[in-house]
Ligand binder design. Structure first.
Ligand SMILES: Nc1ncnc2c1ncn2[C@@H]1O[C@H](COP(=O)(O)OP(=O)(O)OP(=O)(O)O)[C@@H](O)[C@H]1O
Ligand SMILES: [Mg+2]
Length: 279
């Protein structure tokens, strides 16, 4: 459904963020993109919807080469891709319902959305989605009155109201506590299954990636160094992705902090411990 071919991105500053990225994402697949800070994860996601302009290579979604489009045709093609952000990107002074409805801005035209006159069936759909993400009682609350987890639920409902085929998710849990992070990842995972949505999820937490993704891609210095199933992600592969030096440092730091009674369960694999420390 989504194909990236020979995708390269060099920023005007000279930073080479992506080199020869080849990736095909089938319909309905949830892909976790992992890798150290600066590896190019956000750049890759943003090249897909052309928030960042690729330097060379192509992005094709549903047979349409996005990298050749501009103007209205690009805007229309972008409807098929919805973003979910770490910082939620809600409008604080608007209500939850208004924030969710803004997911349809790309459809209803400027004046209608300016006057906030959304068709009744769109409002009903937004309400249904707010129920689905667990916020039916918060529709009239202002967005800035919500917790981080609730804000992310609004962000997810807004993304789905766009009726996308592909979710582009940049560190959805980076500002959330561990339990809320799991709930949010589970929700995204379930919604992808319910709506047959593909997703690319940038995530630092390797445990969450392993638990909730169908496939893991590891980026290092702008190149894909691993592409496989979650259960294939072992210590060697994590070293390839994150590097030997940080790996050793993190393992030592973790063991010296908790010599006798680790707070984490003992059955948790070493790979997870080391990877969890690399942020
Ligand atoms: N707007 C920009 N202008 C210049 N260089 C940039 C820009 N955005 C990112 N870069 C550079 O591109 C490379 C990849 O950055 P990117 O933000 O994609 O990494 P990332 O994997 O998302 O990192 P993080 O995990 O910290 O979010 C880095 O070297 C970064 O400095
Ligand atoms: Mg990033």
């Amino acid at each position: 459904m989504l194909t990236l071919s020979n995708l390269c991105k060099r920023y005007p500053t000279g930073d080479l963020a992506l080199t020869d990225i080849d990736l095909t994402l089938p319909r309905g697949q949830v892909l976790a993109l992992i890798g150290p800070s600066g590896a190019g994860k956000s750049t890759l996601i943003r090249c897909v919807n052309r928030l960042v302009e690729p330097t060379s290579g192509s992005v094709t979604l549903g047979g349409v080469e996005l990298t050749r489009l501009s103007g209205r045709r690009l805007r229309e093609a972008r409807r098929a891709m919805a973003m979910i952000f770490q910082e939620y990107a809600l409008v604080d002074r608007l209500t939850v319902m208004e924030n969710v409805l803004s997911g349809r801005l790309g459809y209803v035209g400027f004046w209608r959305s300016f006057l906030r006159r959304y068709p009744q069936e769109v409002v009903a759909e937004a309400f249904h989605l707010l129920e689905r993400v667990g916020l039916p009682h918060a529709i009239d609350k202002r967005a800035d009155a919500l917790s981080g987890g609730q804000r992310q639920r609004v962000g997810i409902a807004r993304a789905l109201l766009q009726r996308p085929e592909l979710l582009l998710v940049d560190e959805p849990t980076a500002s959330l506590d561990p339990k809320t992070s799991r709930q949010i990842m589970r929700l995204i995972r379930e919604l992808c299954a319910e709506h047959e949505l593909a997703a690319i999820i940038n995530i630092h937490d390797v445990l969450l990636a392993r638990q909730f993704a169908d496939r893991i891609v590891g980026l290092r210095a702008g190149r894909i160094v691993f592409d496989g199933r979650p259960e294939e992600l072992d210590a060697d592969i994590l070293t390839t992705i994150y590097g030997e030096e940080e790996w050793d440092t993190q393992s030592e730091a973790a063991s010296s902090q908790e010599p006798e009674s680790p707070a984490r369960p003992l059955h948790q694999p070493l790979t997870a411990v080391a990877a969890g420390g690399v942020r």
